[in-house]
Unconditional design. Structure first.
Length: 177
């Protein structure tokens, strides 16, 4: 049997095959999700800082900003949450591209949480009379949610599932003495 030189005498782990097309596409969609989250962060931050209507009414996103110290806290929270969201997209893209099954499951859980958040945003946007209030935040949330739907679907396709199966390790046959 051929062994590459130099050898440490230890068997090497079998190489994982290249990701199939659905996984590669899902990873690209996750990068799109990270970019969409960056756009959401920037636009939301701009709206938070310069939204004259919210400043006049003393509210933004359902939170009172009438006290002077609340606006910087809200801006800081917006930035931190936005950066965490971008980091999660990038982390999931990298881990899924490497065939980590836990990442596929976590990506699905995060997508379900994003879907629940989107439904909550829609419910807040609909007034009791049934008229839909034009909410830029709702459009931004939808922008960040859209790449997740096809990405999660692609991660659970049959070619992807075969890629995420744990790799079999060859073991020496056991000897019974």
């Amino acid at each position: 049997m051929y062994q590459p030189y130099p050898s440490t005498g230890q068997p090497t782990k079998p190489l994982r095959p290249a990701p199939p097309a659905p996984v590669r596409t899902a990873v690209k969609l996750m990068y799109v999700g990270a970019a969409a989250s960056a756009v959401e962060l920037i636009i939301g931050l701009a709206l938070l800082i310069v939204d004259v209507k919210a400043a006049a009414s003393g509210r933004f996103g359902g939170i009172s900003v009438s006290t002077p110290h609340m606006k910087p806290v809200l801006i800081t929270a917006w930035i931190v949450v936005g950066l965490i969201e971008i980091a999660l997209w990038l982390w999931m893209a990298r881990a899924n591209g490497r065939g980590r099954n836990w990442a596929r499951i976590l990506s699905t859980v995060l997508f379900v949480l994003a879907t629940l958040q989107l439904f909550s945003d829609v419910q807040q946007a609909v007034r009791p009379a049934g008229a839909i209030e034009p909410v830029p935040g709702l459009l931004l949330a939808l922008l960040g949610w859209l790449p997740g739907l096809p990405a999660v679907w692609l991660l659970w396709r049959p070619p992807s599932s075969a890629f995420f199966k744990p790799q079999a390790f060859t073991q020496a046959p056991s000897r019974h003495l």
